[in-house]
Write a protein that binds this ligand. Structure first.
Ligand SMILES: *[C@@H]1O[C@H](CO)[C@@H](O)[C@H](O)[C@H]1NC(C)=O
Ligand SMILES: *[C@@H]1O[C@H](CO)[C@@H](O)[C@H](O)[C@H]1NC(C)=O
Ligand SMILES: *[C@@H]1O[C@H](CO)[C@@H](O)[C@H](O)[C@H]1NC(C)=O
Ligand SMILES: *[C@@H]1O[C@H](CO)[C@@H](O)[C@H](O)[C@H]1NC(C)=O
Ligand SMILES: *[C@@H]1O[C@H](CO)[C@@H](O)[C@H](O)[C@H]1NC(C)=O
Ligand SMILES: *[C@@H]1O[C@H](CO)[C@@H](O)[C@H](O)[C@H]1NC(C)=O
Length: 515
């Protein structure tokens, strides 16, 4: 990032204008998208620490700011603001694992629909030290709704020994090369985790990839065993391309295939059958494979199912011993308050991490598909991430890394939104407001950052989360969705007071050194 112009605002805060600002495009959905092409993209750049006694502030807002950086000074005396936010670093909560998105078939096709220069820009935006430094990528095992055809890796009927297990052209020519490029751009090893939507039709009660159906037979039986071995074969095949997996989920949205006649790929499990399959098949297979360190996340379905699902699976030691975390999705969150789902689960099973494995905008039938420049959706993301993190969640995974302007491709037309929308006809991509919501967290909350306590001098409608990073610097994230008019100050006993203002409809990340 080049810092070209310095000017001092009346508040005493120095704003730094940049040569690589957002190229805004407003199509009338509340705010702007930033337009990027093969030679140009606004970029947050590297975010070093400010000098001792100073703080950095990054703001994105409905009025069009995108990670606009400014610098300020801690003061010895209180500024007198009515709202004082006091850090309490001795109150320690969970540590962060990280943030990311999903390399679906659709995401890969969309990225590859651009020129190679624009592809590089896009991957750089997500993964490089100049971009927002995603650490996690969810990788669907075979097809899901965001594919252009139905397939698994073992569609030869009765292939119980998986002799004909084979990766497809979507893996070999699309997802794998992009994951390798993403890895090469990333300063640290990417944490990949895999999720399967459906087992091969011949292993299933309904003989199809879609609809209501589960594995034939019982946990411990040959279908369940083969389905566990399929996971190991997947890890082996990706390993041949030097892609190793940090984790796995036990399968995408098991309730979809259990309770409903789903219109796309699904595989039903109840918490009981998932528990027994892990105890008898997946757990032992993984443990005795070449990948025993792979972290296993259960559920991978809406948090509405917590804590019940976790109680069923984790109360049985034969299953619990193979499990590391609990993955969950954000759909139907309105019906599932975070304290009685997430925090309750954390308190029951503190040794298992909570991790958000899927979320997207534009899934609701009343507000469907892509909405270029929607600030409401940026607030939805930031609100949900803060709520999750303040309830013991350790990371948050967005859904498709990139979609086209229809919100696809998706073979059942289950179109949704994405932080990056491509327009191959112009060889450009649009960075949505949600991209910047992700950035306010992913760029600053390094792995190992620990959430700490915070208290307020009065009630506030600001949504806030505070962290101490492994290098002892502090990160404070503020979301202002309200109409309340108020300045605030932050009190860090080691440094004094900082004075800030969260503009209307904004997301703010503050950063300072505590050494
Ligand atoms: C790429 O975007 C930059 C900035 O908007 C613009 O100056 C340049 O002409 C664009 N390049 C192409 C090939 O359109
Ligand atoms: C800070 O407060 C003290 C005591 O109220 C006062 O004497 C001092 O002048 C103040 N310092 C500044 C820089 O305002
Ligand atoms: C499955 O694999 C076997 C052994 O490699 C091979 O002979 C057979 O043709 C394959 N079948 C299909 C349907 O691909
Ligand atoms: C995998 O990595 C090793 C060691 O870094 C390298 O020698 C090998 O060529 C790589 N293989 C592939 C398929 O990229
Ligand atoms: C399930 O839905 C499909 C269409 O997606 C329909 O053809 C089929 O009849 C339905 N099955 C049941 C049992 O409702
Ligand atoms: C939050 O936004 C409102 C407008 O929506 C603004 O009036 C207020 O000053 C902001 N709050 C803070 C604490 O800056």
């Amino acid at each position: 990032m080049r810092e070209t112009v310095l000017f001092i605002l009346l508040t005493g805060v120095i704003a730094i204008a940049r040569a690589d600002d957002c190229q805004p495009l407003n199509v009338g959905h509340g705010s702007v998208v930033c337009v990027c092409n093969a030679t140009y993209c606004d970029s947050v750049g590297r975010t070093g620490l400010p000098d001792p006694g100073q703080f950095l502030s990054y703001v994105s807002s409905k009025t069009g700011s995108r990670l606009v950086k400014s610098r300020g000074q801690f003061q010895k005396n209180s500024t007198g603001a009515a709202l004082r936010i006091t850090l309490n670093p001795s109150q320690k909560y969970q540590r962060i694992k990280g943030f990311g998105g999903a390399m679906t078939d659709a995401a890969a096709m969309n990225i590859l629909s651009l020129s190679s220069g624009a592809q590089d820009q896009l991957l750089r935006q997500y993964f490089s030290p100049d971009g927002i430094e995603y650490r996690f990528v969810r990788v669907p095992m075979a097809s899901c709704d965001f594919s252009t055809r139905l397939y698994t890796y073992a569609d030869t009927p009765d292939d119980y020994s998986l002799q004909n297990f084979t990766l497809t052209e979507e893996d070999i020519h699309m997802k794998i090369p992009l994951l390798q490029r993403a890895q090469a751009l990333s300063a640290q090893p990417l944490n990949l985790f895999a999720s399967a939507w459906s087992a091969p039709a011949w292993l299933k009660t309904n003989g199809a990839l879609i609809g209501k159906g589960s594995l034939k037979g019982k946990p411990g039986g040959k279908e369940h065993k083969t389905w566990a071995q399929y996971y190991i074969r997947f890890l082996e095949e990706y390993g041949k391309y030097n892609l190793s997996f940090w984790g796995l989920t036990s399968g995408n949205e098991p309730t979809a295939g259990e309770m409903t006649n789903y219109s796309f790929q699904a595989l039903g499990f109840t918490p009981e059958t998932q528990r027994d399959w892990i105890a008898l098949d997946l757990g032992p297979e993984l443990h005795s494979s070449s990948f025993p360190q792979t972290r296993l996340m259960i559920l991978d379905d809406n948090r509405l199912l917590l804590p019940h699902w976790a109680q069923v699976v984790l109360s049985e030691v034969q299953a619990a011993r193979y499990v590391h975390g609990i993955g969950f999705h954000w759909y139907l969150n309105n019906l599932a308050p975070p304290d009685v789902t997430l925090t309750a689960t954390h308190h029951l099973y503190p040794e298992y991490f909570l991790f958000a494995t899927e979320a997207c905008s534009g899934w609701n039938p009343l507000d469907r598909g892509v909405r270029l420049g929607s600030w409401d959706r940026a607030e939805d993301y930031a609100h949900d991430i803060i709520q999750d993190l303040n309830n013991y969640v350790t990371g948050w995974t967005d859904w498709n890394l990139a979609l086209n302007q229809d919100g696809g491709p998706n073979w059942v037309k289950n179109f949704v939104d994405s932080p990056i929308i491509v327009d191959p006809s112009k060889d450009v991509f649009y960075k949505q407001p949600t991209f910047y919501s992700m950035a306010h967290f992913s760029k600053f909350l390094w792995e190992g950052s620990q959430r700490v306590g915070v208290s307020y001098s009065q009630h506030t409608s600001l949504e806030i989360s505070v962290y101490i990073r492994p290098d002892a610097s502090a990160v404070l994230i503020v979301l202002n969705r309200s109409e309340e008019e108020m300045q605030f100050e932050v009190w860090d006993q080691t440094l004094g007071f900082l004075s800030e203002r969260a503009p209307a409809h904004s997301i703010l990340t503050l950063l300072w050194s505590r050494r």
